[in-house]
Ligand binder design. Structure first.
Ligand SMILES: [Zn+2]
Length: 420
């Protein structure tokens, strides 16, 4: 069997990879990884001379040094280790260390924080807490609801502690979703359309919406008869839990950011947050979307029921908005999500439970997982929100369209390769 030689450049440096056509796919990937000096979680993208993405596999079409492919490395360090012990202790005892964070919150950062292009994954956890604090400040929540800064910091620290170090549903995901919500509030100028307390509900729900997520979805919880499924009688066990943990944090005086509000206001916030967080259960997707569609033509910001549905739609959009991010942010996150999915299906196989089809590493490929999701879930949802706020078209619809093209192309490349 003849050795295949693939010539490519990485950062302008010429490299080559040699392998036998029957060698395992993983070995070929590793060859490219080593040549690119990439880490185990980095994403590699290989382009042919036309600039199309080609799949790295033993079936790669051999080329010559004059028609080099181009290899690109996308760092995927979105799942950084939690804070070092030193810092955790420092934070636990002295929240003012948040102010010592190296992050400089300039006007430019403040402005940038309001856009969906915010590349949210390069920030450290302490920096994220500072940025979340900025959001509460810039939406005037601190002054309107008389929130003490120390209490807000303690709240954010408790939230940080109650997110788990898992591939996807971690503290950084919480931040991404919250930042998208924050961006949407500014882009749609919601401050002039809704009451401040509603915006406070939306932002705080985003912060809390995946608290203590274990990395296994509701189907698993129910099939494995976990403690959560038992406690919540199989009804949105995870979302009920996220919400309960949020109010556990808020029950403590030192981290209750709502402690200076009236009983009436607290009641309204609690009702709103429960509604928003429970709405993130994807099995309720069609129910909520259909409700929104039915009121869209007569949408009235003065109607409480209409506003409630909009709030649910806003958190849903924020929660699954990853593909609206720039590609070099979105793709590493998708890899993290697939990693969490595959962990679950591996566990399901191990425990003899029904295997969740879209999580099965033997059936799912990255592009196939995305094209269907974008076409049938993302688009229908995002388009309805953009119907109410046409200004969102360029911010959330256009990038998702690009992502769909990108994954469709990748899917085609994979299919073509299967045929050879
Ligand atoms: Zn989420």
């Amino acid at each position: 069997m003849a050795t295949r030689i693939i010539y490519f450049t990485v950062n302008g440096r010429p490299e080559k990879a040699e392998f036998l056509p029957d060698c395992p796919a993983q070995d070929v990937k590793d060859l490219f990884r080593v040549a690119a000096e990439a880490g185990p979680h980095d994403i590699l993208k290989l382009y042919n001379t036309n600039g199309s993405i080609i799949n790295i596999s033993p079936h790669l079409e051999p080329n010559n040094p004059h028609a080099c492919y181009k290899l690109e490395v996308v760092a995927a360090d979105c799942n950084r280790k939690p804070l070092g012990e030193e810092l955790t202790v420092a934070l636990g005892f002295d929240l003012s260390s948040m102010e010592k964070s190296t992050l400089e919150v300039t006007d430019e950062v403040r402005q940038y924080l309001k856009t969906p292009t915010f590349d949210n994954w390069q920030w450290e956890d302490t920096e994220i807490m500072v940025l979340l604090q900025v959001m509460y400040t810039d939406l005037d929540f601190i002054s309107t609801f008389n929130i003490e800064v120390e209490v807000l910091q303690q709240f954010l620290y408790e939230v940080y502690r109650r997110y788990n170090n898992i591939p996807f549903h971690n503290f950084k995901h919480c931040f991404c979703v919250t930042q998208m919500m924050y961006g949407l509030i500014w882009l749609t100028d919601l401050r002039t359309k809704m009451e401040s307390i509603d915006l406070l509900i939306m932002l705080t729900s985003a912060v809390c919406h995946d608290l203590d997520h274990t990395g296994y979805n509701n189907a698993y919880q129910i099939n494995a008869r976990t403690e959560l499924a038992l406690r919540y009688n199989d009804i949105s066990p995870l979302e009920n839990h996220h919400c309960a943990v949020a109010f556990e944090i808020l029950e403590k005086k030192e981290s209750n950011i709502f402690r200076n509000l009236t009983t009436e206001q607290y009641k309204r916030i609690r009702e709103g947050m429960i509604k928003c967080i429970l709405a993130t259960d994807m099995t309720r997707h069609n129910e909520i979307l259909n409700k929104f569609k039915s009121i869209l033509s007569s949408f009235d910001f003065g109607n409480k029921d209409h506003k409630d549905v909009l709030m649910m739609i806003m958190i849903k959009v924020s929660d699954i908005s990853n593909e609206a991010r720039p590609m070099d942010v979105a793709e590493p996150w998708l890899d993290c999500l697939l990693q969490e999915f595959f962990n679950q299906s591996d566990m399901e196989k191990l425990e003899g439970l029904p295997v969740t089809p879209f999580m099965d590493r033997d059936k799912v490929t990255k592009p196939s997982s995305q094209t269907g999701f974008i076409r049938f879930v993302l688009f229908p949802l995002f388009i309805e929100l953009a119907n109410l706020f046409p200004c969102l078209e360029q911010h959330i619809i256009d990038p998702v369209r690009k992502a769909l093209d990108y994954y469709t192309e990748m899917e085609k490349a994979l299919d073509k390769e299967k045929q050879t």
